[in-house]
Design a protein around this ligand. Structure first.
Ligand SMILES: Cc1ncc(C[n+]2csc(CCOP(=O)(O)OP(=O)(O)O)c2C)c(N)n1
Ligand SMILES: [Mg+2]
Length: 551
């Protein structure tokens, strides 16, 4: 009879539960878990910091619907991984954090890297457990994986003491639970479907808001069919972009502020009324805005603004129900309304301002000039990772998405530093697609060392683009080391030289005339390349009534 170790059981259980990707850093006591994960066919990516690894694991959950794993050593490794668990918690993405822990017989003795790990993980996870024996490891792995994807997705944590990892058992004594099926797609009661449609018909200025919940649920076909049959104007949340292509005629994205302020009824399709949507409150929203809310989580219903019609369940299933009802009884929001006229006027006005800024060939360049060039060269199915303050805000309006789950950013948690981990996850899931990782110079610095990780695993489909204004929201062109402003970084820092550490190519761009050719070459280069674009520290967003950063 054969003996099997805890590490091997964990790896085999993960694989059986549909885990395909693991990110982390090895050390005592988790090395054997990574080794066995590779043997079981799980793709392991050794990172340079568990924080980035944990962001990658969470992005995998969003992109694939099965959790990515972040593996960290006890104490500091696991603590770094909490960053990604928190990001997953805030974004409602599946991920599984696995932390090594000191041998259980040393608990309380001041063991090597001993820490209150379960307590530390708890507020950010749906499930946290310390398996009590080698034999029960498969049970705990199945529980953890299932918890991340059932109900509202989120993170789970497994705490694995060294003696459980290295412990052994007779293989025959083990029982592996079957793979947990995909979560049930719960539909809404028929009367709620009717109520939602009745509410939409009664609105004068309706607005649909498509969120990343719809993207996660793979509801893109249904959402598009719903919009096209009702002809309702819609807006996407930052990561809801692409569920319906951004160039769709029903998109009123350039008139976002006007639309939010004036809508008398909003239909939230997997989008929340949190800070990104200004809580649904005035002055960004109409005081008396009515709400139809579709969400996987009943607890989310009514948050910040009372909900008139609640559609609790799966976005794909429920939007399908709406479409079926509309087939029975077709209805369209009229094309000739003062609402559409107002929206279209605003779209034209804003598009003209943006177009003007994006044609500006001044040196140093402005954000819009840079983004225009990226927009024009990005393949239609590019996956866009975008983080920074203005780099992200402007990227959001300037860089379109045409497919669901093709945009990743700082998200609901506003986390700087997610970029490289997310880009690596996206490149691993979609090896045939171009991944553009468009980073503010500050955002890049949080996890810049992971360029080496990307190169080491041959993720040559990533191009790193740094929009460099010498700091957090811009910094001075010269620095006195005795008086460094809190937001400043080294002026004209040559971040592109980091490509040299792995024999890649870096580009430093100051002239708008060079930008296009450089971006093309960078995307065609056989290793991940880094394009460092100097822009004006004074470059700003188009004037906003309420910029979130300045409030
Ligand atoms: C983990 C974390 N730390 C700090 C912040 C605060 N913060 C918000 S945006 C930002 C960086 C903005 O600078 P940059 O990435 O260079 O973009 P820019 O606006 O200059 O284009 C920082 C540090 C944050 N959101 N997350
Ligand atoms: Mg910056």
């Amino acid at each position: 009879m054969a003996q099997i170790s805890g590490a091997q059981i964990v790896a085999r259980s993960l694989k059986q539960q549909g885990v395909e990707y693991m990110f982390g850093i090895v050390g005592i006591p988790v090395i054997p878990i990574a080794i066995h994960a590779q043997r079981e066919g799980i793709k392991f990516f050794g990172f340079r910091n568990e924080q980035s690894a944990s962001y990658a694991a969470a992005a995998i959950g969003y992109l694939t619907g099965r959790p990515g794993v972040c593996l960290g050593v006890s104490g500091p490794g696991m603590i770094h991984g909490i960053a990604g668990a928190a990001n997953a918690w805030s974004n409602c993405w599946p991920m599984l954090l696995i932390g090594g822990a000191n041998d259980s017989y040393q608990n309380g003795q001041g063991a090597f890297q001993e820490a209150p790990q379960i307590e530390a993980a708890r507020p950010f996870v749906k499930y946290a457990a310390r398996p009590d024996s080698v034999a029960r490891l498969p049970y705990f792995v199945e529980q953890a994986v299932r918890q991340t994807i059932y109900g509202r997705p989120g993170a789970a944590y497994l705490d694995l003491p060294g003696d459980v990892i290295t412990g052994t058992i007779e293989e025959d004594e083990l029982k592996f639970p079957p793979r947990s099926p995909e979560p049930p797609r719960t539909a809404a009661p028929q009367e709620s479907i009717s109520a939602a449609l009745a509410a939409l018909k009664s609105a004068e200025r309706p607005l649909v808001i498509v969120g990343k919940g719809a993207a996660y649920a793979h509801a893109e076909d249904e959402v598009r069919a719903f919009l096209e049959s009702t002809q309702l104007p819609y807006l996407a949340s930052p990561m809801g972009k692409g569920v319906v292509p951004d160039d769709h005629p029903l998109s009123i994205a350039p008139a976002r502020s006007f639309a939010l302020q004036n809508a008398d009824l909003i239909f939230l399709m997997g989008s929340r009324l949190n800070w990104i949507m200004h809580f649904g409150h005035p002055p960004r929203f109409n005081e008396n805005v009515r709400v139809i809310q579709m969400d996987i989580s009943a607890e989310e219903i009514g948050t910040n603004v009372p909900t008139e019609v609640a559609l609790v369940g799966d976005a794909k299933a429920i939007t399908g129900q709406l479409n079926a009802a509309l087939q029975q009884q077709p209805w369209q929001y009229p094309a000739e309304t003062t609402w559409w006229t107002g929206l279209n006027n605003k779209i034209e006005e804003n598009a003209a301002t943006v177009e003007q800024m994006s044609q500006d060939d001044s040196v140093p360049m402005g954000y819009y000039r840079v983004m225009r060039e990226i927009r024009d060269l990005a393949p239609r199915d590019a996956i866009i990772q975008n983080e920074g303050a203005s780099t992200m805000d402007i990227g959001r309006t300037m860089l379109p998405n045409f497919f669901a789950r093709h945009r990743l950013d700082a998200g609901s948690f506003g986390t700087m530093g997610v970029g490289l981990g997310q880009a690596i996850a996206a490149a691993a899931v979609h090896p045939d697609k171009q991944v553009l990782c468009i980073e503010g110079d500050s955002a890049f610095g949080f996890s810049g060392m992971e360029v080496e990780t990307a190169a080491r695993y041959g993720l040559n489909n990533i191009t790193f683009i740094i929009v460099n204004n010498n700091g957090i929201g811009g910094g001075p062109g010269e620095l006195d080391p005795a008086r460094v402003p809190p937001s400043a970084y080294t002026p004209n820092a040559h971040y592109e030289k980091m490509a040299e550490i792995y024999g890649g190519k870096g580009f430093f761009v100051t002239q708008p005339s060079e930008l296009g050719a450089v971006l093309k070459e960078a995307m065609a280069t056989p290793k991940p390349s880094i394009v460092n674009i100097m822009i004006s520290a004074q470059s700003q967003r188009k004037p906003q009534q309420f910029a979130w950063l300045t409030r």
